[in-house]
Design a protein around this ligand. Structure first.
Ligand code: ATP
Ligand code: MG
Length: 309
């Protein structure tokens, strides 16, 4: 791909994801984001969007190669969503073309006994991407202000000193998370966060599909249905979280998730935009190294084949 073509594609991708990017959450209202939105693409653009996604994935592979070679920046992508919003599918599609060697996915479930014995960032810190790598968090420390907030009884299991548990705990967690993300950014870890925003009705449709399709039965969990009863509480927690933790250096993308093809295109766009905004380039070879390469080339060309036995 020529530099001009790359520039054009990056621009197209940026325009696609920009409307969903929140860098300052002060006035953010979740009700202003329609989960079935596919703007600026129309349903009839679906085929074209899939094509763009394919080109996007190839571009992503190229950018990742530079990220890896440069070995300086790392990229952390955080995915949060209600069940069946398509986190797994989005991760799978967007990352399908990239080199697995430079990318790690970490999934965070309910904490283990060992994890409960530590502060809540501990398990996430251990899975942060190293320089040159892309790290994906499938759920993250944000569960601490989502599921734990909706079910405060989970806090009791965390063995925190009781004097530290007050009404202020959620604001304190927001503050600590922001400080942590600032710290990571200042250490060369670029952060992008995705909330895949599905509607209550579409979640129901997907759950029914899981029940009605034998190949999808394994995805069904009765606990997910129980969790639906707390929808309002979750939406309030998500809104609060985005308001408090969207920053210019670690923005939230609130991505409409009722149409999977659109969600994937927006996520791919945002990831490409993030990589393209870093000053990625292949390491340059200096004069001395160039001379070394020339000598190696000469020696290799002059070398005789091994003698036949
Ligand atoms: P899928 O259902 O697609 O396999 P998932 O991410 O929903 O993926 P599950 O094993 O179904 O995976 O769910 C993980 C569960 O762990 C979620 O209900 C989530 O809220 C919960 N969880 C994650 N982090 C925490 C935490 N810190 N405290 C309590 N529960 C947590
Ligand atoms: Mg689940």
């Amino acid at each position: 791909m020529t530099p001009m073509k790359l520039k054009k594609l990056v621009e197209e991708m940026r325009n696609l994801c920009q409307p969903y990017c929140i860098t300052d959450g002060q006035d953010f209202r979740l009700k202003n984001v329609d989960p079935s939105d596919t703007r600026p693409l129309k349903p009839e653009d679906k085929a074209r969007a899939k094509e763009t996604l394919q080109t996007g994935i190839e571009t992503l592979a190229k950018l990742q190669d530079m990220l890896y070679a440069q070995d300086s920046w790392a990229v952390l992508l955080i995915f949060q969503a209600m069940d069946a919003a398509g986190k797994d599918g989005a991760i799978k599609h967007v990352m399908s073309g990239i080199n697995p060697q430079g990318c790690q996915v970490a999934s965070f479930k309910a904490p283990s006994a060992e994890e409960q014995d530590h502060d809540y960032l501990w398990r996430c810190q251990k899975r942060l991407p190293e320089r040159g790598h892309i790290g994906i968090f499938n759920r993250s420390y944000y569960e601490e202000v989502l599921v734990v907030r909706v079910h405060p009884e989970l806090l009791d299991k965390q063995k925190l000193p009781s004097t530290l548990v007050s009404k202020k705990i959620w604001d304190q967690r927001f503050e600590d998370i922001c400080a942590f993300e600032r710290y990571l950014t200042r250490n060369g870890i670029a952060i992008r966060k995705f909330f895949l925003h599905i509607s209550h009705a579409e979640q129901k449709r997907r759950f029914l599909e899981r029940l009605d399709t034998p190949e999808k039965n394994w995805k069904f969990s009765a606990a997910d249905i129980a969790e639906r009863r707390y929808w309002r509480e979750y939406m309030a927690a998500y809104q609060d979280m985005i308001r408090a933790t969207a920053t210019p250096w670690a923005p939230w993308y609130v991505v409409p998730a009722d149409h999977k093809w659109f969600t994937r295109a927006v996520v791919a766009g945002a990831v490409i935009d993030a990589l393209a905004s870093l000053d990625l380039r292949y390491p340059e070879v200096d004069k001395g190294q160039r001379a070394e390469l020339a000598a190696a080339r000469k020696a290799l060309r002059a070398a005789r084949e091994p003698p036949a036995r």
